[in-house]
Structures are given as structure tokens and as C-alpha cells.
Design a protein around this ligand. Sequence first.
Ligand code: CP
Length: 312
Amino acid sequence: MNKYINIDDIENVSKTIEEAIQLKQSPFRFHHLGKHKTLVMLFFNSSLRTRLSTEKAAKNLGMDVMVLNVNEAWQLEFEDGSIMNANTAEHIKEAAQVISQYADIMAIRAFPSLTDKQKDESEYIINSFVKYATVPIISMESATAHPLQALADAITIEELKLKERPKVVLSWAPHPKALPQAVPNSFVTMMHELDVDFSITHPKGYELNPEITKNTSINYNQNEALKDADFVYVKNWSSYKDYGKILCQDENWMMTKEKLGNAKFMHCLPVRRNVVVEDAVLDGENAVVIQQANNRTFSAQIVLKNILENLS
Ligand code: CP
């Protein structure tokens, strides 16, 4: 592996999930791999899990870690040929090359604007780092994808499934703010890699990018979609078609204990209680969100391990 920007950077998904589960049993087994290697993590946006779990994963592998909150550094310019006489003080061309001298691997979090679909879909921030950095790049959530989260989700399903081919439902939920499609995009892509009976439920207008959902079954009736589910992944996202807009705040889409039934409740966190999901679900025995968050360490660790093994 020489980068992890999208799930298709993983050569063999089921083998990677198995290896991550093995790493969880003995997290320090490959502590020698990261000796004298540095991970630089760049955050354009907030984080709790991604920041701490990726740092923990790197340290489990013996790496040194440096973190930069990009908003505290010089404002970066991404346009080629721009006349930098306004707010941006440093071009990505220099910044990426300079940081590469301090890092053996770089990890980047950069959310979308949700106002400029074309620009967001170009993934100009993470792709600029891929273009100008001289070290491998890991996405810690980009404009359109959150592949480390999706790998943790897959690990969690593999650990908890009680049948060979579980039924997994991705259910939209209301939220007061317009949120990116990155998490559901990557979850959908990951579910296409697993042997699961997968479907999506959301109100009309919340269809994700059809190039990502492909022929996934979409049911606009949440109760119907949830019937006999083994895993229910709840997430809000803003409209893809009416880009970045909130079309519906219908609280009837909030996940409840009654609707969940016997299914395991999954969410990437952070989650707004009693808006996205009621307390009774999060405080109940079917919620697996804490295990999911724990698996963020091992999704990051298997990715870092594979990249470290590939460094010359
Ligand atoms: N799930 C997730 O990415 O959490 P953070 O935003 O806290 O990193």
C-alpha cells in the first residue's frame, strides 16, 4: 500500500480486516516497524476519534507523531498560477514538499465546503498533497470519503456478525446542520466489498452519488427497510443532488429502540442524542458505537503498517 485515500487503495479488503483483528490481539507486535519514522497529521477540521486513534495506532507501531492544526499555520493557496496578494500566504507546492521532509507518512483531514460541488468532488486539498508531497498520504476524512471510518465499521461488523451474510441497513437521520456525505459514501463502498445483504433508507431527495450507490436497494420507507436487520448504521448527510442542502428535519427518522429491534446500532460518532438517535438506543445493549470507535485504532494501524512495510 502506498496511500490510503479511498477503499480501493486496499488490495484485499477481507484479508485486511482479518489482519486488523489480529493486530487488535497483539497491538505492539510490529512496534519495530515505525522506529525513527514520523507521522505528521494535518487537521483542517475538528476531530476527537480520528486524531487520537490515528496517533495511538502510530505509537503502537513505534512511530513518532506530529500534529498541525492547519488553521493555526499560514493560510494555504491551492490554485495554480494565482497571484497571492490576498489572504493566502503559502502555496501547497512549497508546504507539501516542506512537510514531506519532516514526515515519513502524512495524514490529512479536510472536509468539503458543501457549497461548491465540483470543487469538493475534485478533492483538491487531499489530491494536492498527493501531487506535491513526496511521502505517502492517508485520508483522515476528505470531502467525499472517510475510508478509515469505513474500515473500522467493517472490522466491527466482522467481529459481531452472527450469520454468514448479515442484513445491514444504512439509515439517514435528521440533524440541525448540513453534514458531508463522506461517511455514508465510504460505508456504502465498503459494504459493496463485504458479503452482506445491504440496503439504504432515507427520505426522497437524499440519494447519495449514484456512481457510489450503484445498484444498492433504496427504500424510502424506513420501517420497512429496517425489518429483520442485523446491523443498522445511522447517519445524517445533506442532499447530494441539491448539494449541501437540508431538505428535511423530520424527527420521525430519528432512530428509536422500537425501530431498531434486535439489530446492532452503529454510528461513526460524534452523535447528537435525541436528534439522530434516542438515549434508549445509545444506552442500550445493542449500541456498538464504543467498539466501533475502538476499532478506529486498528483500522489506522493496519493501514499504517501496510504503508510502513512498503517504504523503501
Ligand atoms: N468518526 C470520526 O471521524 O470522529 P471524529 O470526527 O471525532 O474524528
